[in-house]
Design a binder for this molecule. Structure first.
Ligand SMILES: *[C@@H]1O[C@H](CO)[C@@H](O)[C@H](O)[C@H]1NC(C)=O
Ligand SMILES: *[C@@H]1O[C@H](CO)[C@@H](O)[C@H](O)[C@H]1NC(C)=O
Ligand SMILES: *[C@@H]1O[C@H](CO)[C@@H](O)[C@H](O)[C@H]1NC(C)=O
Ligand SMILES: *[C@@H]1O[C@H](CO)[C@@H](O)[C@H](O)[C@H]1NC(C)=O
Ligand SMILES: *[C@@H]1O[C@H](CO)[C@@H](O)[C@H](O)[C@H]1NC(C)=O
Ligand SMILES: *[C@@H]1O[C@H](CO)[C@@H](O)[C@H](O)[C@H]1NC(C)=O
Ligand SMILES: *[C@@H]1O[C@H](CO)[C@@H](O)[C@H](O)[C@H]1NC(C)=O
Ligand SMILES: *[C@@H]1O[C@H](CO)[C@@H](O)[C@H](O)[C@H]1NC(C)=O
Ligand SMILES: *[C@@H]1O[C@H](CO)[C@@H](O)[C@H](O)[C@H]1NC(C)=O
Ligand SMILES: *[C@@H]1O[C@H](CO)[C@@H](O)[C@H](O)[C@H]1NC(C)=O
Ligand SMILES: *[C@@H]1O[C@H](CO)[C@@H](O)[C@H](O)[C@H]1NC(C)=O
Ligand SMILES: [Cu+2]
Length: 567
């Protein structure tokens, strides 16, 4: 006996899914509101009133359309972190790089395609410190016809690591910039918006993940924090890393992961031990001990097996020491790509553009009217790449200036070499006054379409060594090698992995060390390269790569959308 209404529902949903195939359309309503996550109610800005914001679930091949309504008092843009944005460079989002901000009361529609990428990415505001609370996950599943290159997980869950101030993060940034010093450190770290059991406030809450025994789960872990890289562990469970930054990796089994701001890590978790309650925990990896102050507290969530006979308090994992650089380095240098994945493409062997870029903290003179209260008299904190500290334009975006050939917005003089060769990582140079002052400019680097670019990122000891997560927009890159001390142009190339290097969009350059990345600049547009520790970004730790047009319509920057915000 068939039930006709079931048939109707099936037919209806079939029609709907066919009609909707390939387009994911939604809206973001961004407003400021008061929420309480630790000790007190606080004004923050969030998408649709939720922290973290809504998760976007798409399939590879989909078109994504997001109508963003700015009902907050702040200028706003949204960046789709890790999305290539091929032929949609106007949708990338960093303010004054690819667009002017969406001013309060205005809206803008981001429209882009997801092609050749599967895994976990995320979205966040790309204006000042708004991203502290304007962020969420962007999950890309394989389209029909493709499968995960690992056993299908029983269930999937997203773990978003974040950071919380008992203040409006915009005020924290303003105060730091006004005084020319490092910002107030945060009060807590969070997992899916909640600090967890180890914080001593009545309003804290803990995210709980219920699992059944004997299954394999896919955890999509995202670091959305502003200032902290994390060690992440689950008591008594190992994890198998299968992807980073939406690029598949060879399966890598580990009991701890390291994840920097901007990075994502997909792990398989098998619930194969005795049913119980186990903490998942994250706390910072402090690469720059003594230089930078970061809260060292631990955020937790609970992995809880269903059907536990007796309930006992969750077990806490032993996290690595805060300054455990060997553990951090072992994890980040041992990942390799899964070259059997359909998305993998081999490393280009011929390099067209060789860049060596020092990445540094530094100082710059205090502005008139500014009261710098830092330890360096008359100076404010600064940061730079090749001794250029990046200043955003304010009257139009770099992409608009490039597209409409408007002069005076940027200078295409970002150098391929540092202006000065010195013993970069020697601590005796840390406070050398002749090295510390960094000029401010809007210097960008232009490259030919489809050229192969190699960059050696070299950390320096100026002010102090620190691991900086370097993020490239619009492309993935291969991480060919990493190491400590000064890069050796003769011997280190012998260590390059040209066979199966990890592919990603954000690399933590080892503290007091270097990392070599390579990519094909096959995406015409204006793409930011910057440190993903937001305080460094505010200090000028950035530049922009302009990839010139190729010779065909598909390899040219298209005209801007009609609703592109005006300055
Ligand atoms: C955000 O809220 C709007 C208005 O309620 C709703 O239409 C939209 O679907 C929500 N967006 C997401 C991504 O959930
Ligand atoms: C920063 O911390 C200081 C000292 O705790 C406090 O007085 C100040 O209000 C904080 N600033 C912001 C913007 O929260
Ligand atoms: C660091 O975290 C702890 C634990 O929540 C908190 O009590 C403390 O205030 C934080 N430290 C600072 C300096 O904010
Ligand atoms: C978990 O991983 C650690 C180190 O990666 C290893 O020493 C240990 O044997 C593993 N445990 C299990 C149960 O696989
Ligand atoms: C964390 O910071 C607090 C305050 O600065 C300090 O007392 C404590 O020893 C630190 N904890 C660890 C594990 O270093
Ligand atoms: C829960 O535990 C009981 C008793 O041990 C067992 O019979 C039952 O199958 C378990 N249920 C699940 C879903 O594991
Ligand atoms: C992992 O990394 C460490 C440190 O770089 C290295 O000594 C070790 O050999 C690596 N292990 C594997 C399996 O690659
Ligand atoms: C660092 O520089 C100092 C001063 O120039 C020098 O004496 C020292 O040998 C250098 N250290 C190393 C490890 O090269
Ligand atoms: C950076 O540029 C300034 C100004 O030209 C110069 O004084 C300083 O030595 C340079 N620093 C480095 C590390 O190149
Ligand atoms: C870019 O270069 C690669 C390698 O030479 C080539 O296979 C590809 O066709 C080029 N792409 C375009 C769009 O020209
Ligand atoms: C907001 O953006 C507009 C347009 O670019 C700009 O004129 C204004 O100064 C910005 N406001 C703030 C507070 O940055
Ligand atoms: Cu940095």
């Amino acid at each position: 006996m068939t039930r006709p209404w079931i048939l109707v529902i099936i037919l209806l949903s079939l029609t709907l899914s066919i009609a909707d195939a390939g387009i994911v359309e939604t809206s973001f309503h961004v407003k400021s509101l008061r929420v309480n996550r630790l000790c007190k109610r606080q004004v923050i800005t969030a998408v649709n009133g939720s922290l973290p914001g809504p998760t976007l679930k798409v399939k590879e091949g989909d078109t994504v359309v997001v109508h963003v309504f700015n009902k907050s008092p702040y200028n706003l843009t949204i960046h789709w972190h890790g999305v290539f944005q091929r032929q949609t460079p106007w949708a990338d989002g960093p303010h004054y790089i690819t667009q002017c901000p969406i001013m309060p009361g205005n809206s803008y529609t981001y429209k882009f395609h997801i092609t050749g990428q599967e895994g976990t990415l995320w979205w966040h505001a790309h204006v000042r410190w708004l991203r502290a609370t304007v962020y969420g996950a962007l999950l890309i599943r394989p389209t029909s016809g493709h499968k995960y290159p690992f056993p299908k997980p029983f269930r999937e869950h997203t773990i978003l690591l974040g950071e919380w101030w008992n203040a409006n993060p915009m005020d924290v940034e303003d105060a730091a910039l006004a005084a020319g010093v490092a910002p107030n450190i945060s009060e807590a770290y969070t997992i899916n918006g909640w600090p967890g059991d180890l914080y001593s406030c009545p309003s804290k809450k803990t995210y709980k993940l219920e699992v059944v025994q004997g299954k394999t789960y896919l955890l999509r872990i995202i670091n959305a924090a502003l200032t902290a890289q994390f060690f992440f562990k689950i008591a008594n469970h190992n994890m198998t890393v299968v992807a980073v930054d939406a690029a598949y990796t060879a399966p890598y089994s580990t009991d701890v992961i390291l994840i920097a701001p901007g990075q994502t890590t997909d792990v398989l978790l098998t619930t194969d031990i005795s049913p119980g309650s186990y903490y998942m925990a994250a706390r910072p990896y402090l690469s720059a001990v003594g230089v930078v102050q970061v809260n060292n507290s631990t955020t937790t969530a609970i992995l809880s097996y269903k059907n536990i006979s007796k309930s006992s308090p969750p077990l806490l994992p032993a996290l690595p020491a805060l300054n455990d650089t060997p553990t951090a380095y072992t994890f980040s240098s041992n990942l390799t790509a899964l070259t059997t994945s359909w998305i993998w493409s081999p490393v280009p062997l011929k390099v067209d553009e060789n860049m060596f870029i020092t990445i540094s903290l530094g100082l710059s003179p205090c502005r008139p009217n500014q009261i710098c209260v830092g330890p360096f008299v008359g100076q404010q904190m600064s940061a730079s790449m090749n001794n250029h500290s990046f200043v955003l334009p304010s009257t139009t975006s770099i992409l608009q200036a490039h597209f409409h050939e408007i002069s005076g917005i940027y200078t295409p003089d970002f150098p391929n070499q540092p202006p000065l060769i010195f013993d970069y990582t020697n601590a005796s140079n840390s406070f050398n006054p002749s090295l510390l002052i960094t000029p401010k400019s809007t210097s960008i680097k232009r490259v030919k379409f489809n050229s192969t670019v190699q960059i050696v990122f070299q950390n320096t000891a100026l002010i102090g060594v620190e691991e900086h997560p370097m993020h490239l927009h619009g492309h993935n890159f291969y991480v060919l090698a990493q190491g400590f001390g000064n890069y050796d142009a003769v011997n280190d190339p012998k260590k390059f992995n040209l066979v199966n290097p990890q592919e990603r969009n954000t690399i933590g350059v080892p503290v007091g060390g270097w990392a070599v990345i390579r990519f094909r600049a096959n995406n015409p547009g204006a793409w930011m390269i910057h440190c993903h520790l937001d305080v460094h970004l505010s200090w000028g730790f950035a530049t922009t790569l302009i990839v010139e047009n190729g010779g065909t319509p598909e390899t040219m920057v298209p005209p801007p959308p009609a609703d592109l915000p005006k300055c």
